[in-house]
Design a protein around this ligand. Sequence first.
Ligand SMILES: [Mg+2]
Ligand SMILES: [Zn+2]
Length: 204
Amino acid sequence: MTRIQTILLDRDGTLIEERHYLRDPEQVVLVPGVAEPMRRLAALGCRFFLASNQSGIGRGLLTTDDYLAVHARLEALLQSEGITLAGAAFCPHGPADDCSCRKPLTGMWTELSARFGLHPESTVMIGDKAADIAFGRAIGCAETVLVLTGHGRDEAIKLGLDPSVGTVQACPAGPGRPDWLSRDLGAYLDMLVQKKGLVHAHRI
Ligand SMILES: [Mg+2]
Ligand SMILES: [Zn+2]
């Protein structure tokens, strides 16, 4: 049984293919395998949110307008698959800006949770970096997931984890480690669909 209702996603390397400081909407590509489980989870009452560090803005490599154009393209791509994001937050600051919203700090959660009435005990945080996992843990998320797309492989190795995962694997406990290691976003979401399907079958 799973209580997960809120699916909080990193963007780059998790929901879409990693591009170095992405600013061209034409370069937005969904990670393969996400659409079907996202549709099914939405039908089961889950909502999807983005929390994205965009330090390229603070570094002067892209503008807020570039970010918004990329986001519009992402929303259009998702829409063409029948998927809607419930909300999105981004941090435009660089590491030296001393803000409170750059993951692993939790300012984006403060904003999203207040605006959309989110609760950590029914939330999973999914990302491709240790900072995403630290963010999820700081929030008190029910689960954290490190995907092996984007920077995930290198980050798993840094956390002392074996990145040769078939699909989804529970993670041995350790500092900074996620609850789950997943080949990609779709693999974890497929597992969530199955868990929710079981809950549904039991209720009938
Ligand atoms: Mg990322
Ligand atoms: Zn910030």
